[in-house]
Design a protein around this ligand. Structure first.
Ligand code: SF4
Length: 95
């Protein structure tokens, strides 16, 4: 599942969520942000919100990724594109 926020994209491998006992991402989202993640059929979801609501309410706080990494099944990755970074890394020989 992909969740598009203003400047980032949250990827959740929901197949890993089915065996997750903590569902820590949902609690972290409620505690540290605006609680846009809800459980639906045992996996995190934003289906109860429109795309515009996700964009407006998403805080890009990364709490879900942190919680999932340490208390869940490592199902979340977040892409945060940084303009010019690939070119900078290539120039420095780090790409
Ligand atoms: S904490 Fe991670 S593995 Fe568990 S439900 Fe949330 S995203 Fe899925």
């Amino acid at each position: 599942m992909e969740i598009k926020e203003k400047s980032s994209t949250v990827h959740i491998e929901v197949v890993k969520c089915r065996t997750c006992e903590s569902k820590a991402c949902v609690e972290a989202c409620k505690k540290y942000a605006r609680g846009i993640l809800e459980l639906k059929d045992g996996v995190p979801s934003v289906e109860h919100l429109s795309k515009d609501e996700v964009l407006r309410l998403g805080t890009e706080c990364l709490a879900c990724e942190f919680a999932c990494t340490f208390q869940g099944n490592k199902a979340i990755t977040i892409d945060v594109p940084v303009a010019g970074l690939p070119e900078y890394l290539a120039k420095r020989g780090l790409a």
